[in-house]
Design a protein around this ligand. Structure first.
Ligand SMILES: [Zn+2]
Length: 276
């Protein structure tokens, strides 16, 4: 009870202090975010250092620039432009992508190899950016931090450094745990909205779910994001996407799949480590 009242008090004080309602989705959707953006970025940047230590960045500037271009194209039409986004290709056979708080987005070559068009990659990109827009990562850190450290993150003071470090540790742990189904649904929904706004054919999202659905089961272990999920879940995501697209008719003209460019880019990817 004491914890609860302190926690509520912190939220009330912080929301008054910072007017902490942030836009966290399309249509001016708002959420109460008490951790300031500067601290969210500090936590994301610490997580990025951790990722750089443990994963191998792909040594191909053409691919890095390409991923960045697609990422920035979606950021431009998104509801969050108050931070600098960083897009990185990791050389690893894992079929995965993930976003850390503060705009740090990662794609594995294992996933890129399975995609067939730029629109498929853009669908995953829009999904990841949506997690950042919706503050899914930092919201979970906020919930898990405990009152004292959350207080230090919001108001600064002697514990602020320790609080950022605790946030980095929690953030990494939570990446492995995956988001809730509700958060995933939200990221799927915002993602479709953003990819269409950025000029991509949303058919790419259905192709992407079908591709990942085919890969589900056999290689679903060791993932940050549950992109490769069970069959019923994938079917549900495809059905939701189709229904969302049907509500958006007529779609804007000249939406692209970007198949040819992507096929050229596929040829530049390094071979799989297991040689298959
Ligand atoms: Zn997700």
């Amino acid at each position: 009870m004491r914890f609860l009242s302190k926690h509520i008090l912190l939220i009330i004080v912080a929301s008054l202090y910072f007017c902490a309602c942030a836009t966290t989705g399309p249509g001016g959707k708002k959420s109460l975010i008490i951790i300031p953006t500067s601290q969210e970025v500090a936590i994301g940047s610490g997580m990025a250092e951790e990722v750089a230590r443990t994963e191998k960045t792909l040594a191909d500037s053409v691919w890095q620039n390409y991923l960045n271009e697609v990422g920035q194209r979606i950021v431009l039409v998104s509801d969050r432009k108050d931070i600098k986004y960083h897009f990185t290709v990791i050389e690893s056979d894992q079929i995965n992508a993930f976003a850390a708080p503060g705009g740090y987005v990662y794609f594995y070559t294992g996933l890129l190899r399975e995609m067939n068009s730029e629109a498929e990659m853009a669908a995953v990109m829009a999904h990841e950016i949506s997690h950042v827009v919706a503050r899914h990562g930092i919201k979970r850190v906020q919930q898990a931090l405990g009152v004292q450290l959350a207080y230090a993150l919001v108001f600064g003071g002697d514990d602020a450094g320790a609080a950022v470090n605790a946030g980095i540790g929690l953030g990494m742990g939570l990446l492995f745990a995956g988001y809730s189904r509700g958060a995933e649904r939200e990221a799927d929904q915002y993602g479709i909205h953003y990819m269409i706004k950025a000029g991509y054919d949303p058919a790419g999202a259905i192709d992407m779910f079908e591709t990942l659905g085919r890969l589900g089961g056999e290689r679903s272990g060791n993932v940050f994001e549950k992109l490769v999920s069970s069959h019923p879940e994938t079917q549900e995501r495809i059905a939701n996407t189709k229904s969302q697209i049907s509500k958006r008719q007529p779609l804007p003209k000249h939406l692209s799949l970007g198949k040819e460019k992507y096929q050229l880019m596929l040829k530049r990817l390094p071979p799989k480590h297991d040689g298959n």
